[in-house]
Write a protein that binds this ligand. Structure first.
Ligand SMILES: [Zn+2]
Length: 104
C-alpha cells in the first residue's frame, strides 16, 4: 500500500499532475498571488481592450467564447488581473494558501 502525504512529498506522481520542488511554472508569483482570494468563474477579460489572458503559472490561454485549445473558465483574482488554470490551482494551492471566494 502506498501512503502519499502531500505535506512531506514535494514530488508526487499519483494523479495527473506533478509539482517539482523548483517547478518551471514558479516565477515569483508569491509577490502578487500569495494568500489572495481566487474565484472560479467563466473567463471574461478585465478590460475591453484585451480579449485574452494567460494562466499566471503555465501560460495556458484564457479566451471568451469557444476557441480551440483555450480555457473558458478558471480561477482569477477578484479584479480579474491574474488568472490561474485548474491544474495549476490544484498544484499550488497549498503553497500559495489561496482563499476561496464566492463566484459572481
Ligand atoms: Zn496553469
Amino acid at each position: 500500500m502506498i501512503v502519499l502525504n502531500r505535506t512531506f512529498a514535494n514530488h508526487y506522481t499519483l494523479g495527473c499532475t506533478v509539482r517539482e520542488p523548483n517547478d518551471w511554472r514558479l516565477t515569483n508569483q508569491e509577490h502578487y498571488l500569495k494568500g489572495v482570494v481566487l474565484v472560479w468563474h467563466r473567463y471574461s477579460p478585465a478590460s475591453t481592450s484585451n480579449d485574452h489572458d494567460h494562466c499566471s503559472f503555465c501560460w495556458t490561454k484564457f479566451m471568451a467564447g469557444s476557441v480551440p485549445e483555450t480555457l473558458q473558465e478558471g480561477y482569477s483574482t477578484v479584479d480579474r488581473e491574474h488568472w490561474v488554470c485548474k491544474t495549476c490551482y490544484d498544484d499550488f494551492a497549498d503553497l500559495f494558501e489561496w482563499k476561496g471566494g464566492c463566484a459572481t
